[in-house]
Design a protein around this ligand. Structure first.
Ligand code: SAH
Length: 218
């Protein structure tokens, strides 16, 4: 594994300053997590030099690691607290889960492609991110025994909001999910209180497809 040298620390500081703070992300804990997690570990060796660029990158299996800004934007929108339990659908490289793991008590992350599940699990273990629980499954169905979650983040584009996910959201819980067509979506934020579910739209985005029982059919 490539080590985390001063050079990468500097690239991370610049990434946070120019791509993230500069575009209006203000949550200090989120900014700190983005300065800490070695994003270059989450891409293949051939792409290490591009790891801190202002774009998504391929991670194999036709999937991508999200652009740093979108990771920060979605994370901030979850309004995380230290003792929260968070569910992520779409582990992919594991980068988003790693960021979340620095901010909350425990992260539960689900991936439907075995090779990505396995690789990200190994990385969490070698980085000693012990508060991440991984699962190889279809995340559009319930994770019985662990619900409800204080926050849910879906990092793949859904045709509609999966009812199985909303039903696992605690009262006071927040959820962010890209919803729309396979080529472009809106980032939707949901909030559950005693009265029910409240929705708002954060902006446009583009994610790979959420595939599963309550997602796209392949
Ligand atoms: N959060 C990731 C982004 C990965 S891209 C990162 O930080 O790198 C989206 C991922 O969602 C892909 O790996 C894809 O395989 C996965 N995915 C798509 N549909 C899924 C489903 N129903 N359940 C679990 N994972 C799913």
């Amino acid at each position: 594994m490539i080590s985390d040298s001063k050079k990468f620390e500097r690239l991370r500081d610049e990434m946070v300053k120019w791509q993230i703070e500069n575009r209006g992300i203000t949550n200090a804990r989120v900014l700190n997590a983005m300065r800490t997690v070695p994003r270059h570990y989450f891409v293949s060796d051939a792409l290490v030099d591009q790891a801190y660029g202002d774009f998504p990158l391929p991670i194999g299996e036709m999937q991508t690691i999200s652009q740093p800004f979108i990771v920060a934007e979605m994370t901030q929108a979850l309004e995380l607290k230290k003792d929260d339990r968070v569910l992520e659908i779409g582990t992919g490289s594991g980068y988003q889960a790693a960021i979340l793991s620095r901010l909350v008590f425990r992260v539960y992350t689900i991936e439907r492609i075995f090779s990505l599940y396995k690789k990200s699990r190994q990385l969490f273990d070698s980085l000693k991110y012990h508060n991440i629980v991984s699962r190889y499954s279809d995340g559009t169905i319930r994770w019985p025994g662990e619900e409800p979650f204080n926050a849910i983040i879906v990092t793949a584009g859904a045709p509609r909001i999966p009812e199985a996910l909303v039903s696992q959201l605690a009262v006071g819980g927040r959820m962010v999910i890209p919803v729309g067509s396979p080529i472009s979506q809106e980032l939707v934020r949901l909030y559950r209180d005693e009265d029910g579910i409240h929705q708002s739209v954060l902006g446009g985005c583009r994610f790979v497809k959420l595939i599963g029982e309550q997602g796209w059919k392949e």
